[in-house]
Write a protein that binds this ligand. Structure first.
Ligand SMILES: [Fe+2]
Ligand SMILES: [Fe+2]
Length: 184
């Protein structure tokens, strides 16, 4: 399992920009709206995990004796939801790296460029987790069992932690710059 985590203490801060108007600031919060849609997907997957955990047979011999179709179906659904979210998040990061980040680097100063470089580094960490989760989701589609479920859940948990931290950092440091330069 990938154990690489983000070290929040080494994150550079973007220099504050004077004179950003309220409407520009509102424009800068656009990124947070996209992030919220992704976090809703994460919450939905978390709710499914809770259902799976609540429905697990208590004893192993019981699980062996009764083929639990509901559990297997939930495992497959878990795989499908994770696979879909992997694709959406990949699109989101690709769009940031091909459109937003180059613009911010071109129009912002050295301080903002350092933040963007750090965000790109964090995308690499997220990407490794996405590849791992996608691989596990594909394996789950072939055969859904509790061992694969546990492995996938561990990867999902790691991604969940990393992505929430990454989104928060990105929103906080890019809000003013996005408000000023994006679409302006
Ligand atoms: Fe990002
Ligand atoms: Fe983002």
């Amino acid at each position: 399992m990938t154990t690489t985590l983000i070290d929040e203490s080494t994150r550079p801060k973007a220099p504050r920009i004077e004179g950003v108007t309220p409407s520009q600031r509102a424009g800068g919060r656009h990124l947070a709206e996209f992030h919220r849609m992704h976090l809703q997907q994460f919450d939905q997957i978390r709710a499914l995990i809770d259902r799976i955990e609540a429905g697990e047979p208590v004893a192993d011999q019981l699980a062996a004796a009764i083929p639990d179709m509901t559990v297997a179906r939930n495992y497959r659904l878990f795989g499908a939801l994770c696979g879909r979210e992997c694709q959406w998040l990949t699109f989101h990061h690709d769009a940031e790296e091909s459109e937003l980040f180059p613009l911010l680097k071109a129009r912002g100063g050295e301080g903002l460029r350092r933040v963007v470089e750090r965000l790109i580094e964090e995308h690499r960490v997220v990407h490794a987790l996405l590849v791992e989760l996608q691989t596990r989701a594909e394996a789950m589609a072939v055969s859904a069992d509790s061992e694969r479920y546990e492995g996938m859940k561990a990867t999902f948990d790691a991604l969940d932690r990393v992505i929430r931290s990454h989104f928060k950092y990105e929103e906080a440091e890019l809000e003013e710059a996005m408000g000023l330069y994006w679409g302006g």
